[in-house]
Write a protein that binds this ligand. Sequence first.
Ligand SMILES: [Zn+2]
Ligand SMILES: [Zn+2]
Length: 173
Amino acid sequence: MDPAVFKIADARMDEIAEHLDSALQSDQFAKVRQMLRDLTVELRPRYSAELSVVVMIEDQVRESSVPLLQTGFSTTDEGALYRTWDDQSAQRYVVEGHIQVVPASHCPKCWGAWGSKFENRTCETCGLKLGKDCMILLDTDLCPNCEKGTVSMAAPACDKCGYKIDTSVVAWG
Ligand SMILES: [Zn+2]
Ligand SMILES: [Zn+2]
């Protein structure tokens, strides 16, 4: 999405997450939590129950949507409940001359699912090609592969995972 649109949505996400967190742990949700535990006890050992609340941004023009926040509960094999957060980070791209921001496992053009962009360089949904039609735009030294180590133009190999930035698919902004 357009960086200005992302900025508006992103600015609201922490507050939404905070309220969802209180709601999910509130007394009103106690019955649902108990039912998830009970269901897992019935389903184990192979299956377990989980619950996710997903906040999506939908684009009426693309007729597609991307998740900005996902949170809920998973259950252990024994039926114990724990809180889950999917804090997938946003990634900036230059797409056909325009800066776009989407969650890292989505296509910046069509918003379709597109994980592991370094390995699979073409979007299966719209055919966008990384390194040709779009470039990953890095404005920090955070490694786009592991999101833990650091990389730079001078030292393109990540100090944590060893991943070497392919400068043919990355633009530094
Ligand atoms: Zn696509
Ligand atoms: Zn790394």
